[in-house]
Design a protein around this ligand. Sequence first.
Ligand SMILES: NC(=O)c1ccc[n+]([C@@H]2O[C@H](COP(=O)([O-])OP(=O)(O)OC[C@H]3O[C@@H](n4cnc5c(N)ncnc54)[C@H](OP(=O)(O)O)[C@@H]3O)[C@@H](O)[C@H]2O)c1
Length: 385
Amino acid sequence: MENKKRKISIIGSTGSIGRQALEVIEKLGDKFEIIALAGGNNVELLKKQAEKFKPEYICSNAPSPRAGEGWGEGLTILHGSEGLEQICSNKENDIILVACSGKIGLKPTLTAIKNGIDIALANKETLVMAGDIVMKEAKKHGVKIIPVDSEHCAIHQCIKDIKQVDKLIITASGGPFLHKSIEDMKNATVEQALAHPRWNMGKKITVDSATLMNKGLEIIEAHHLFGFDYDKIDVVVHPQSIVHSAIEYVDGSVIAQLGLPSMHIPIQYAITYPERFEGIKSKSFSFSEIARLDFEKPDFEKFPTVKLAYEMGRLGGTATACMNAANEEAVFAFLNGKIKLFDIYEITKKMCDEHEVIENPTIDEIFAIDTKVREKTKEYISTIS
Ligand SMILES: NC(=O)c1ccc[n+]([C@@H]2O[C@H](COP(=O)([O-])OP(=O)(O)OC[C@H]3O[C@@H](n4cnc5c(N)ncnc54)[C@H](OP(=O)(O)O)[C@@H]3O)[C@@H](O)[C@H]2O)c1
């Protein structure tokens, strides 16, 4: 990487992870060449990014952005899911950062893998929906999947010899309701749910962090990324978000990765792996300034989403795709003021209970289940809201 620019595309460049990735790339100067930037509806920001970073392609999901409409010269304008497919089939890329939110990430990730392109994966929903298929394809095509999620990035950094690791320990900040009552949580407003004490993220993941479903999704993500049984993946609440996760070796030694809570670090790790650079380092780590680190057991009564994720993970097949689809639709309904925060869990659980799991599904079956569960969830929400 030192002598050659790494060619990168970013799916979701206008989002929280995408914007921070561009800050990292800017800071690293001539280490990267951007092939494509893709966003959803924020065309104005995508335009500014295109002007600054001069990619060959941009892709937007907004209605028909066209060449000549202030995009500058020499840029190929792509659109929607076809555009994402084109970007992810372009073998010019050394790596693609998948930083869109929700189910949109799965198809482009699979396309990139089939084209032998390494993936820096922020979009955890990809592995929750189709982890078995994605990891199998990655192995088949010799593709690296490097996690961006700070917890999985931490585990990735701790593991030297995976065969000697006995257990993964994923930390959770606990979100804004950690020390609030269940009643407070039940009556929470959208604003309260979005007020995460540690991380500034997109709305979907922030609500998932408030219900702790985010931790549930991360348990499933860890199962697929590192190949550990669910019995060997623990969750511990750590409100300071300094210990990003840990592993326990068979001999009882525990190795943890620590750092200030900044997504710049795991993003940079993922896109520059296996090399490290100074990059964006706001300040040096100081144990004495941090002074204390607290750990506690998760409260499964207040955060039943974590238990549900373990259950669906153990069931396997389409169970986790069902949970993901129902949760995502319920989160959108909460953000639109249609349901209460705690309803997200109740609705997701109902959809999971009623789901007939398909074992070893094909990718088409997963997409069909995803569509069906979303329709059913929306229909159910319309009867209760
Ligand atoms: N944020 C974090 O700190 C963090 C940490 C760990 C993991 N993650 C994971 O990273 C992913 C992204 O999270 P985020 O917080 O960055 O979300 P976000 O801020 O909501 O950003 C989502 C991005 O996806 C884009 N997008 C939406 N629809 C699209 C489409 N059809 N085609 C292409 N792009 C589309 C959005 O574009 P527009 O804005 O232009 O509509 C935006 O760029 C999630 O899976 C999340 O779980 C995030």
